[in-house]
Design a protein around this ligand. Structure first.
Ligand code: NDP
Length: 429
């Protein structure tokens, strides 16, 4: 469904924004009720989610706007404590929307489950025996979690990897069996763990080795998603710098992050600002995604940029990101956290593959905004007002004071907490 755009959303009060969502039919009456409790977890739910629960810890939830992904318009829920993240994502998405939006691609969603064995003699021969026993191993795995097969998922392949002691000195040889599992709409950690544990005994029999463990791998190399955008230079001019020059500087800024790990870490941190906020808002596992993505950034042997920006033969700037994206639309806390439920309904209940594309696109928009600012006016200019607002709040400003002190702080030659406190005191006197 296409809704009317949310105009000047950032200028509205909280109540006006929620009313705007209702007026544009983005949220229904039931969801409005949930907003009365700020999408909070009930004590009972929170108590059952973790151990030793003593309270709940809140974060702001906002909407990343202007996202057009595969010709669909999305207002993307983002949970983050960091100022400027949602503004940057929305700003980046606005330029990309003007040139047609994002196109995403995912060919498969397979999770990797590992069984590690040691003391396997003649491992190359045993590798063949494991492949010969493929059908039996798949049957055992499916018996342990039959519902995923009924949902059209299940084990799609078995792979064996041999890691010999010469590869990493001081470690033994490992005989590693991978199950590649289609987990359907779930992230699948629990179902994959159940399956790998179910084949441990059989693998010991086949290989004659000792099983050390069976566990999901968060290095989800068989579950990657790609998002791409194409931006003509006419949309890139900024601060009196022609679009072609901004384009070329963005390409070079990306090359800097491909070449230098010190830059790559910060480049990717910016991407994760967007990715993490959507992963969290949709009830997915932020640690699982971060671990997989950072390992993927190192797949060449050096930690590098997750994005690639280049110029196509029509002189357009092309941006692309490929990341592992082991998320789900069911399972874990997704079905029980009211905030996560809201996020999925705001996104029109996407499939896991669609959600993966949305998340990757937010990461790409974030990266585009950051690079464009860095190679033109610098990152601090845009951050200044948000920093001023934070300082005003830390100094103790409340309600209308926050806007007033923020405005005054931006005119000061030096912006720090002492100045904010001085201004607040003068404002109150
Ligand atoms: P669940 O254990 O909740 O399993 C998914 C649930 O969704 C199952 O109950 C399944 O039903 C149900 N379901 C309903 N519809 C579908 C569908 N279309 N496709 C698939 N399942 C469906 O979650 P996961 O196995 O996904 O595990 C994710 C959780 O595990 C996260 O909370 C994560 O933090 C945590 N975790 C992560 C680890 C890691 O990353 N290393 C390790 C351990 C846990 P049915 O029972 O009928 O199959």
């Amino acid at each position: 469904m296409t809704h009317a755009p949310l105009e000047k959303f950032y200028k509205k009060s909280l109540n006006e924004r929620i009313q705007n969502l209702i007026d544009t039919s983005r949220i229904d009456a039931e969801t409005v009720e949930q907003f009365k409790t700020s999408l909070l977890l009930s004590d009972d739910t929170a108590n059952h989610m973790i151990e030793n629960q003593i309270g709940t810890y809140q974060l702001p939830l906002g909407l990343g706007l202007n996202f057009v992904i595969n010709d669909q318009i999305y207002d993307v829920p983002m949970a983050t404590e960091e100022p400027s993240v949602i503004a940057a994502a929305s700003f980046g998405a606005k330029t990309i929307k003007a040139s047609g939006g994002f196109t995403t691609y995912q060919d498969q969603r397979l999770m990797v489950g590992q069984v590690a064995l040691r003391n396997v003699s003649d491992p190359h021969d045993k590798k063949e025996r494991v492949y010969e026993a493929r059908e039996r191993l798949i049957e055992l795995a499916h018996q342990a979690h039959p519902s995923i097969v009924r949902r059209g998922g299940g084990v799609k392949a078995i792979d064996v990897r041999l890691i010999d002691e010469n590869q990493v000195q001081g470690t033994p040889d490992f005989f590693i069996v991978h199950l590649l599992v289609d987990t359907s709409e779930a992230m699948g950690a629990n179902m994959v763990n159940t399956m790998v544990e179910a084949i441990k005994d059989e693998l010991e029999l086949i290989t004659g080795g000792d099983c050390l463990m069976g566990i999901l791998s968060n290095y989800a190399t068989e579950n990657t998603v790609t998002s791409t955008c194409i931006i003509p230079p006419t949309l890139l001019s900024r601060a009196e710098i022609p679009g072609e020059e901004v384009r070329d500087r963005i390409v070079e800024a990306n090359q800097f992050a491909i070449a230098d790990p010190y830059r790559a870490v910060t480049h990717n941190k910016g991407i994760m600002n967007g990715i993490d906020a959507v992963v969290l808002a949709t009830g997915n596992d932020t640690r699982a995604i971060a671990a997989g993505i950072h390992a993927f950034a190192s797949r060449s042997g050096q930690y590098r940029a997750l994005t690639n920006w280049y110029v196509d033969d029509q002189a357009n700037l092309v941006g692309t990101i490929t990341v592992p994206m082991a998320i789900g639309t069911v399972g874990g806390s997704i079905s029980i956290h009211p905030g996560a439920q809201f996020a999925h309904s705001m996104l029109n209940k996407p499939t896991a593959s669609e959600l993966a594309g949305i998340i990757a696109s937010v990461g790409l928009a974030q990266n585009f905004s950051a690079l464009r600012a860095l190679v033109t006016e610098g990152i601090q200019k845009g951050h200044m007002s948000l920093q001023a607002k934070s300082l005003a709040m830390v100094a103790g400003a409340k309600g209308k004071e926050i806007e007033a002190i923020t405005k005054q702080l931006k005119q000061e030659p030096l912006m720090n907490l002492a100045v904010a406190e001085k201004l607040l005191k003068a404002y109150r006197d």
